[in-house]
Write a protein that binds this ligand. Structure first.
Ligand SMILES: O=C(CO)COP(=O)(O)O
Length: 250
């Protein structure tokens, strides 16, 4: 059985004062039936780990460089993020694919670096609105998946997040049937490539406008093992009902 995962992506939000949200989450879920991960801005990784103080909430990062070290001003390697206390790193988020022109080849290299450093790679995929309207969603997902996921992927080090670009921060979400179609497709593709045992262990998250009000419905969809949550992960009082809906899901 796959362990469920509620992951929060804080994006470029969060100052030291906001560590209280992570402490509150940690106190509210001392022995979570699900995995809980917060990916704050990199400046907060070290103090967030200190705030958790051995509790159940885990801390992740939002991006990494593909190399372990070198002359790359301003970049951070997966090795450094692991050293700072991160257990996972998001790679290939659509905001990085768009704003930083990251290709699926880049995402694969970053995922490989994450694996080599001992981090879980949370590899993001998703179609644009134009691609969905042109009925190209599954082709886009197939292409992103086959290139972005490296051969080093196993169930223990890889999570796939399906995040339709048009659902991110928009308040729009696909229907449960649309989410299920993509998640079932991803599982089938992973099974073909990695074999049933490995593919069955890889967790698939849905992301894009997950809120307390729609989480329960999304978590009932087949092959949805959790969520990657943006805005609604910033406050413990918003994220906790989402985590509770995940715990309650069958
Ligand atoms: O991009 C997301 C998580 O990575 C989703 O963001 P929102 O939950 O704010 O739509």
């Amino acid at each position: 059985m796959r362990r469920k995962l509620a992951a929060g992506n804080w994006k470029m939000h969060g100052l030291l004062a906001d560590l209280s949200q992570i402490s509150a989450l940690n106190a509210d879920h001392p022995d979570p039936a699900t995995d809980i991960l917060i990916c704050p801005p990199t400046t907060l990784i070290v103090p967030a780990c200190a705030a958790i103080n051995g509790g159940a909430v885990q801390i992740g990062a939002q991006d990494c460089h593909a190399r372990a070290s070198g002359a790359f001003t301003g970049d951070l390697s997966a090795v450094m993020l692991k050293d700072a206390g991160a257990t996972a790193v998001i790679v290939g988020h659509s905001e990085r694919r768009d704003a930083h022109e990251e290709s699926s080849e880049d995402v694969r290299a970053k995922s490989k670096a994450a694996h080599a450093a001992g981090l879980t790679a949370i590899i993001c995929l998703g179609e644009s609105l134009a691609q969905r309207e042109a009925a190209n969603t599954l082709d886009i997902i197939a292409g992103q998946l086959s290139i972005s996921v490296p051969d080093t992927a196993v169930a223990a080090n890889t999570v796939i997040a399906y995040e339709p670009c048009w659902a991110i921060g928009s308040g729009l979400t696909p229907t449960p049937a649309q989410i299920g179609e993509v998640h079932d497709f991803i599982r089938a593709r992973l099974t073909t490539r990695f074999g049933e045992a490995e593919a069955n262990g890889m967790r698939l998250l849905y992301g894009g406008s997950v809120k307390p009000g729609n989480a329960a419905e999304i978590f009932e969809v087949s092959n949805v093992d959790g969520a990657l949550v943006g805005g609604a992960s910033l406050k413990a009082e918003d994220f906790t009902p989402i985590i509770n809906a995940l715990k309650a899901a069958s």
